[in-house]
Design a protein around this ligand. Structure first.
Ligand SMILES: Cc1cc2nc3c(=O)[nH]c(=O)nc-3n(C[C@H](O)[C@H](O)[C@H](O)COP(=O)(O)OP(=O)(O)OC[C@H]3O[C@@H](n4cnc5c(N)ncnc54)[C@H](O)[C@@H]3O)c2cc1C
Length: 438
């Protein structure tokens, strides 16, 4: 068991994603740096990459190695300690969590399974893809939920592009299908289209008429969470890029060579990406005394406190958090995770001093969807005022979209470093090809 280093309150955060890393950084810089609490971040991966960037990693538009944050180094500089390993169990009586053994690339044990003690525990372990039990998804579809998924997809796209450009004559078409017309599916489709056009410009024989990208959506429109006019704008933008959008199209099965729809038709594809929904990891449903909903999300109250847990909180995609008194729940977005991290940093600071703040209230900041390199579309109605369906589109929307990542970087690194990183990115972009091709 990991012994406590001091009598300080021990705050353990499990999951260093969009929410958990920001929370660990905020608490580390305040309570940790001032020796008012011992802050521990646990993650099964040694590095962090902001998930909304994954479609850019998958299409080679972003080199994940350059935007990763190493938790060991970051923790050292920001007042928290990093523990490497996947959590698998909770013991509420002992106030410990158990981490799995860490295995090396050839299976040897690098670190034994171990327990970590907590006084305050925050679970922020995110979500994974939900195939809703659809036949063939596990065998034939690819996902875009982890950096490893994004890298695997990038390799597959580049290999297929090479084959379709250099294979046996007559050259075959390059076909890709994306199941799910939410923000992830739409952004991936636009980014893939941009990448293949760049490859064509570099000399690959991938003329637009030889590339087929389809977005398959079960609802009557894509971006169903956004206002209808925004969906219409996005659909027109995809159509202008020769991307097919199939709405009201429910998937019956994913096959080796395509997607079978419930209406009996088939969409041919060499690569099928499943981006149709998420669920929290299954092991959360086995945790000592903590109830979950039907998609394994931990049930929390308005203070993000887990039902059935003592001094245990959950946030981000793995939590079913009430949206105020509306009777509905918050959606799984980086925007929610970011606001919860900021709120929880204050709340935990109060709680270790025996006080409690006001409940968490989510303040929607609108929705933005990237449509490739220089375009995005979004609704800022919730910022500007609910009476108007207020949009941004084109380059200005893309600039606001990019600023979301810079805000995450600022929460993790501070604004000064973000300035340096921005200049570094621009210089790198000027010196290197715009796609990662290896
Ligand atoms: C391709 C893509 C695009 C997206 N685009 C947007 C967007 O434009 N805007 C938006 O608001 N949202 C977007 N989202 C959703 C957003 O990324 C998530 O809502 C957000 O990352 C959730 O944050 P989180 O902290 O809950 O979890 P995550 O960011 O998923 O982090 C979870 C962390 O927990 C770690 N972990 C998991 N299991 C364990 C374990 N057992 N033990 C220890 N550590 C563990 C993981 O390694 C990871 O570091 C996108 C998601 C994807 C996949």
């Amino acid at each position: 068991m990991l012994s406590r280093r001091s009598a300080l309150p021990n705050i353990v955060i499990v999951g260093g994603g969009a929410g958990g890393l920001e929370l660990a950084t905020r608490l580390g810089r305040t309570l940790g740096a001032k020796h008012l609490a011992h802050i521990v971040l646990v993650d099964g991966s040694a590095t962090h990459i902001w998930k909304p960037l994954l479609h850019e990693v998958a299409t080679g538009a972003l080199n994940s190695g350059e935007d990763e944050v190493n938790y060991f180094a970051h923790g050292y500089r920001n007042g928290y300690e990093f523990e490497f390993g996947y959590m698998e169990e909770l013991n509420q009586a002992q106030r410990t969590i158990r981490l799995q053994a860490v295995l090396g690339s050839d299976g040897e044990e690098l670190s034994a399974a171990r327990d970590i003690a907590y006084d305050w525990l925050v679970l922020a372990v995110g979500a994974e893809s939900n195939d809703f039990g659809t036949p063939g998804v596990a065998e034939h579809a690819m996902f875009l939920n982890t950096p490893a998924d994004a890298e695997a997809l990038r390799h597959k796209v580049l290999e297929l592009a090479f084959q379709c450009s250099n294979g046996v004559e007559p050259l075959r078409k390059m076909r890709m299908a994306i199941v799910g017309g939410g923000a992830t599916g739409v952004e991936l489709a636009a980014e893939l289209n941009h990448t293949l056009r760049e490859l064509h410009a570099y000399g690959a024989r991938l003329q637009p008429e030889r590339v087929e990208i389809s977005v398959i959506e079960g609802s009557e429109r894509i971006l169903v969470a956004a206002p209808p006019s925004l969906s219409a704008y996005a659909e027109a933008q995809l159509a202008a890029r020769q991307i097919k959008v199939l709405t009201n199209s429910r998937v019956a099965a994913v096959l080796e060579d395509g997607v079978e729809l419930q209406n009996g038709s088939k969409v041919l594809s060499d690569i099928t990406v499943w981006a149709a929904g998420v669920k929290a990891p299954g092991w959360l449903a086995q945790l000592d005394g903590l109830p979950v909903n039907t998609i394994n999300q931990l049930k929390v109250d308005k203070w993000l406190h887990c039902q059935g847990g003592e001094c245990i909180y959950a946030m981000g995609d793995c939590a079913e958090a009430p949206d105020g008194d509306s009777g509905s729940y918050l959606s799984a977005t980086a925007q929610v995770a970011h606001q919860q991290a900021r709120w929880l940093a204050r709340e935990l600071t109060l709680r270790i001093n025996g006080r409690q703040g006001k409940p968490f209230v989510f303040k929607p900041q609108g929705m933005l969807v990237s449509l490739g390199k220089h375009k995005a579309v979004g609704s800022l109605a919730s910022v500007v005022g609910p009476k108007r369906d207020y949009y941004v589109e084109g380059l200005s929307a893309k600039l606001i979209y990019s600023s979301l990542y810079r805000m995450h970087q600022a929460a993790v690194h501070g604004w000064v470093l973000v300035g340096f990183l921005y200049v570094g990115d621009k210089l790198r972009q000027a010196a290197q090809p715009s796609l990662k091709l290896h």
